[in-house]
Design a protein around this ligand. Structure first.
Ligand code: FAD
Length: 391
């Protein structure tokens, strides 16, 4: 099957390019093209600029602040933003809990939370995984007991990304431990991180940084109005959320931008007296990677062009997550090779080489997590076999 953009899509791309040229601050571009990582402040500044334009939640229905773009237009926007050097907007509010609230939340929840996600006023984290519940999420044990107008919550969440910055956590809890199947008896609660009994403890990952946390919940009293949808029905909501998360995690636009950056790096770095890009062994590895990326891109576009706005995107999501995360890892690996022998040195701060901030040992080690979070590669393969290949 062939894929080509329509004239309307091409003119939309021009409009997005003009927006990037006019609105994306130079220091943010310079960070990307200087091979460094965007800061937290740059990401939030960019969120506010895109929100002011009304483009921050393209996948939401128009009445809640979405744009009415088709899935292909959404992809074009993402791709152009990444290629221009913009930071990736954090997905927890915009792509994960936002769409769940729109579909399953109460009118009060929508009225209160959706505008605050759009403006960036609230920052969300995801409280799904537990020490004994990762791939097997349905075995989660965090307990919520209804007591009048509140739920009393006790348990522990783990790997909570950027939980140290979040003021809200969307949390899977067990409300009926007697249910026949583990998938039944799970509910979704919105927990204010400032409530008494919520304790966030850092986990320092293999790259030496603080990205993830443990979150302890001790007798936390959550208002019953913070239950999303029906009690004991959250498995349906969680599957919807994870489907959206996995499409996002394929990061096709970001993958493309990373590959462009890698090509740029290979033009600038020297090997054997010439640009690295002219080294036949390196050039062959890069071509191999770019070819695999093109296959991912086309698959993504085929999927996007076949779904209606607001429709489910879950069918191919596990496949895209699997391939996208593998390609991201390979890009990181090749970029580390391009950075040269000093990339192996641990001390990035004093290296005198900005490239090592992104493509040194730290970045490479962090990239190992791409095939774990949002569902590990092995688990994605199981889902592809069952759901897509119907084996
Ligand atoms: C950097 C990072 C950030 C994260 N952020 C968040 C977050 O913000 N919120 C959140 O809720 N969670 C988060 N996670 C958790 C993530 O979703 C889980 O780590 C992931 O689902 C795997 O679960 P686990 O770590 O318990 O490993 P396990 O489920 O114990 O798996 C261990 C190994 O066994 C394999 N395996 C498991 N089951 C099967 C099977 N049925 N068939 C074949 N192989 C199998 C896995 O692939 C893996 O290799 C994050 C994880 C990381 C590493």
């Amino acid at each position: 099957m062939d894929f080509s953009f329509t004239p309307e899509e091409n003119s939309f791309r021009e409009e997005v390019r003009a927006f990037m040229a006019a609105e994306l601050p130079q220091d943010i571009r310079d960070t990307h093209f200087g091979f460094r990582r965007h800061t937290w402040e740059q990401m939030f500044r960019w969120h506010k600029i895109v929100a002011a334009k009304g483009w921050v939640a393209p996948y939401w229905p128009v009445e809640y602040g979405g744009t009415g773009w088709t899935p292909v237009q959404q992809y074009i926007f993402d791709e152009e933003a990444m290629l221009a050097g913009a930071p990736r907007l954090r997905p927890f509010g915009l792509k994960m809990i936002g769409p769940v609230l729109i579909r399953y939340g109460s009118d009060e929840q929508k009225a209160h939370f959706l505008p605050r996600i759009l403006s960036g006023e609230d920052y969300w984290c995801q409280g799904f995984s537990e020490p004994g519940a990762g791939s097997d999420l349905a075995s989660l044990k965090t307990r919520a007991v209804r007591d009048g107008d509140i739920y009393k919550v006790n348990g522990q969440k783990t790997w909570t990304t950027t939980g140290q910055h979040a003021n809200w956590m969307f949390t899977l809890v067990r409300t009926d431990p007697t249910a026949e199947k583990p998938q039944q008896g799970i509910s979704l609660l919105l927990i204010d991180m400032n409530l008494p009994g919520v304790e966030v403890r850092p986990i320092i990952t293999i790259d030496g940084d603080h990205h993830v946390n443990e979150v302890f919940l001790n007798d936390v009293e959550v208002p019953a109005s913070m239950l999303v949808g029906e009690e004991n029905k959250a498995w349906t909501y969680a599957k919807f959320l994870l489907g959206n998360e996995r499409v996002g995690i394929a990061n096709v636009g970001q993958n493309k931008a990373e590959l462009r950056l890698l090509r740029l790096l290979a033009l600038k770095r020297q090997r054997n007296g010439g640009p690295l890009i002219e080294d036949p062994v390196f050039a062959a590895k890069l071509a191999d990677l770019e070819t695999d990326f093109m296959a991912l891109e086309i698959t993504n576009l085929r999927m996007l062009s076949s779904i209606k706005p607001g429709g489910d995107s879950a069918e191919l999501a596990p496949f895209l997550k699997l391939r996208g995360s593998e390609i991201q890892q390979r890009t990181n690996e090749l970029a580390m090779e391009a950075a040269g022998p000093r990339a192996a040195v641990w001390e990035k701060e004093n290296s005198g080489d900005a490239v090592l901030d992104r493509y040194g040992t730290h970045g490479w080690l962090l990239s190992r997590a791409f095939t774990i979070f949002g569902g590990s590669s092995e688990v994605m393969k199981n889902i592809v076999a069952k759901q897509t290949l119907r084996l």
